[in-house]
Design a protein around this ligand. Structure first.
Ligand code: ADP
Ligand code: MG
Length: 323
């Protein structure tokens, strides 16, 4: 079907960060409240994700590793109205094909869990075992059997940074989930999962950004915009620390970014590149569906109108706080 072929065009596993993203999205889909990520060597030698979600039944484990084993989505339109994040049914299969995977999982219906070990797509071992509720997956030696791809990777330090950004953005779009993230021996951050975006930002960026943050809160009935914006306390003259979400999906859009930065400069003498986490919610139908669903770039049918709405939302944030 056309949806499948469109999606299949995108590579699922490009680098360690894509593994982390797909696995965390699976944990989110499974209803987890706590997700713990550990990596070593920028995720190249080791990625471990532990969740407390639904788990997988003994009989469904192999199915989960098969390509297109998903029941989560079925049409193009759904791609932009995603309730469950997974929509390809090939992430686990793709990851297993290029790494050594161990998975331990248990559902609440079962007293015993299941352990499965897969190398290069081959199931090496499967057995029942004691396990906490939820799923733990360990991905070792990514691209061990595809040296050309391994060579394409950046340094472990750089790959680790890309992973950090991915987890941050997943935390910003899932404030009700507690994320804990360790890189080597170092705890990078732990969020509370208290459904409070500002607290999530403070857990990730540090309490020093607190005084900077101005709340954005706008709703005109068809578009709502929520989040925080402020001087970039962490990196002057850099567009790091800017995260935009549309319908809870992390996206990039130059027009919207320009609206945010221009408004910020219009109403403050502050930084050229503010830090922000903003969530825009719109009718899925006003998003241009011709943009590839797996890419972060997004287009609105009327970009100029969206520019104005976003600009006004930030103007409103400033006028509200001045009183
Ligand atoms: P998709 O997420 O697109 O369905 P994946 O290949 O990512 O495809 O996952 C395949 C299936 O494995 C999922 O549909 C789900 O049933 C199961 N699964 C994967 N990870 C988890 C997890 N952490 N918790 C529960 N089920 C999972
Ligand atoms: Mg998935």
């Amino acid at each position: 079907d056309d949806t499948i072929s469109k999606i299949a065009a995108g590579e699922v596993v490009e680098r360690p960060a894509s593994v982390v993203k797909e696995l965390i999205e699976n944990s989110i889909d499974a209803g987890s409240k706590n997700i713990y990520v550990e990596i070593q060597d920028g995720g190249i030698s080791y990625i471990k994700i532990t969740d407390d979600g639904s788990g997988i039944d003994y009989d469904d484990v192999e199915i989960a590793f098969l390509r297109h084993a998903t029941s989560k989505i079925s049409s193009d339109e759904d791609l932009f109205n995603i309730r469950t994040l997974g929509f390809r049914g090939e992430a686990l299969a793709s990851i297993c094909a290029v790494s050594k995977v161990e998975l331990i999982t248990r559902t609440k219906e079962n007293d015993l869990g299941v352990f499965i070990r897969v190398e290069g797509g081959e199931i090496i071992e499967k057995k029942e075992c004691g396990a906490p509720l939820g799923t733990t997956i360990i991905v070792r030696d990514l691209f061990y059997n595809t040296p050309a791809r391994l060579k394409f990777l950046k340094s472990p330090g750089r790959e680790g940074t890309i992973i950090t950004e991915i987890i941050q953005n997943l935390a910003f779009s899932n404030s009700s989930i507690s994320f804990k993230y360790k890189n080597g021996d170092k705890l990078i951050f732990a969020t509370k999962g208290d459904d409070n975006l500002k607290n999530t930002m403070l857990s990730i960026y540090g309490k020093q950004v607190n005084d900077n943050l101005l709340e954005v809160n706008y709703d005109d009935g068809s578009v709502s915009i929520n989040g925080y914006i402020g001087n970039n306390a962490l990196a002057k003259n850099s567009r790091n620390y800017q995260s935009l979400f549309v319908n809870n999906r992390y996206v990039k859009n130059k027009t919207i970014n320009a609206a945010i930065e221009n408004a910020f400069r219009t109403f403050t003498t502050g930084d050229k590149f503010p830090m922000y986490v903003l969530h825009i919610n719109v009718e899925p139908s006003i998003i241009d569906v011709n943009v590839h669903p797996t890419k972060a770039e997004i287009k609105f049918q009327n970009e100029q109108e969206m520019y104005k709405i976003v600009f006004d939302s930030i103007k409103k944030a400033f006028s509200t706080t001045k009183t």
